[in-house]
Design a protein around this ligand. Sequence first.
Ligand SMILES: [Zn+2]
Length: 125
Amino acid sequence: MSNLKYCQGPHCHTYNTQDRLKGSKDNKTYQTRRRSAFYYGGGNFCCLRCQDDWFTKYGTRAVDHFGRITEAKHLTEENAWFKDYDWRIDDRQNRYFFYNGITKERRPLTEAQYRDSNYTLNTGE
Ligand SMILES: [Zn+2]
């Protein structure tokens, strides 16, 4: 029917803003925000406050569920690649690049590769 989705903030409906006030004339209530797209928390929250509310309520359980970090991770050559761009370069082909934080090596990247969040040179965690 519609592609609208609800903000996942557990207290979203308690924030008294005009856009949350819905319903017929004599039966208005503050309601959870509903939109076609949200810009916080992976598209799940209408604002940072709602995202933070969710983490306050569920964060510890979520971390335990998905795996708590119990020892230090190490940055090595294999996982030190990160994407960057230089807005001063006019040539779009050479604007985007990988940069290795350990070796300082720089490798060219297409704009599509830059925007593809699954595209990486990193082989370790
Ligand atoms: Zn919300």
